[in-house]
Design a protein around this ligand. Structure first.
Ligand code: SF4
Length: 299
């Protein structure tokens, strides 16, 4: 379900910025962020959404309307060489697709990547990140696929999603949208994140295996220090507090390893698998390639 109470306004600062991932003891690639909006219109917001600790105005997300300036910034970024990353992530500060009905940009944005990156063979790529379903993907489904655009769907156990991701599309709808886009030639990545202890992840892992995306990222429930005060109920009570204030509260390492191993049984043979905001010891214990960092946010 979507809330239409967003604030439409012009952005005064740059749209494209480098994001260096934090906390620094995690194995995460850096990437560029397209700051096309601040907030998300899924209502209610996901229970664990980290934007709750970032934007006091989350109930009225800000959506930036100076699209020509945005596209000029993107064109300039595509012309740059020797970058730390060639990924432009459109989902770090918002779901990438939820504002298409109030401020449509995808057809023009993808055309920029087609003309300026795909055609001349440049590596710069756009990453769309969504918990949307078929309706949210309508405009994408009408466009021809572009090699320099990836669509990353976040999925979960359907019961966990009904409980904690109430505003987003139902999980079968997300999978259906992913399948249709893949069949049309779009590059599809999947995140199973956050894995929540007490739910079974065999069903969703098996569906992701059948979908055969180009990459999968797994993440377990986590929270930065400032988040729990915005989250009702007892979602975070099983997490262990970090040693430093800049770390993340997480499940104990044994529990995380068990949750990851269960999903990896289905997914390891299918495609490269990465972990979201995990520590090097966990990558090593699971025999995952921390040097390659094959995450959804990576090149
Ligand atoms: S879809 Fe993403 S950005 Fe939107 S409420 Fe859920 S976690 Fe937050």
């Amino acid at each position: 379900m979507k809330s239409q109470h967003c604030v439409l306004r012009k952005r005064k600062t740059r749209f494209v910025e480098l994001f260096r991932t934090t906390p620094t003891n995690t194995v995460c690639p850096n990437f560029f962020v397209l700051r096309h909006a601040a907030g998300c219109s899924f209502s209610p917001h996901c229970a664990y959404c980290y934007l709750k600790a970032s934007f006091w105005y989350l109930d009225r997300p800000h959506v930036f309307t100076n699209v020509t300036m945005m596209l000029d910034d993107v064109r300039r970024w595509i012309q740059r060489d020797a970058l730390e990353s060639y990924i432009l992530n459109m989902g770090n500060l918002s779901d990438s697709l939820v504002f298409e009905s109030v401020r449509p940009i995808l057809p023009r944005l993808i055309e920029v990547f087609r003309e300026e990156a795909e055609r001349p063979g440049r590596p710069h790529s756009l990453l769309l990140v969504t918990k949307g379903g078929r309706r949210d993907c309508q405009s994408l489904l009408k466009l021809p696929a572009c090699r320099n655009v990836m669509v990353s769907f976040s999925v979960n156990n359907p019961d966990a999603a009904r409980q904690y991701e109430q505003g987003a599309a139902p999980v079968p709808d997300r999978l259906d949208a992913a399948r249709r886009l893949k069949a049309s030639g779009w590059r599809i990545r999947i995140r199973i994140d956050p894995i929540i202890a007490g739910y079974d992840y065999d069903w969703i892992s098996d569906h992701v295996r059948k979908l055969a995306p180009e990459r999968v990222t797994l993440g377990t429930l986590r929270a930065e220090a400032s988040l729990p005060r915005y989250v009702a109920k007892d979602l975070f009570t099983a997490l262990v507090k970090p040693r430093s204030g800049k770390g993340l509260a997480r499940y104990p390492i044994k529990k995380r390893l068990a949750l990851y191993r269960r999903a990896l049984k289905h997914l390891r043979p299918v495609c490269p698998v990465g972990l979201c905001e995990e520590t090097p010891d966990v990558w090593k214990a699971l025999r995952l390639n921390a040097d390659a960092k094959p995450c959804n946010c990576g090149c």
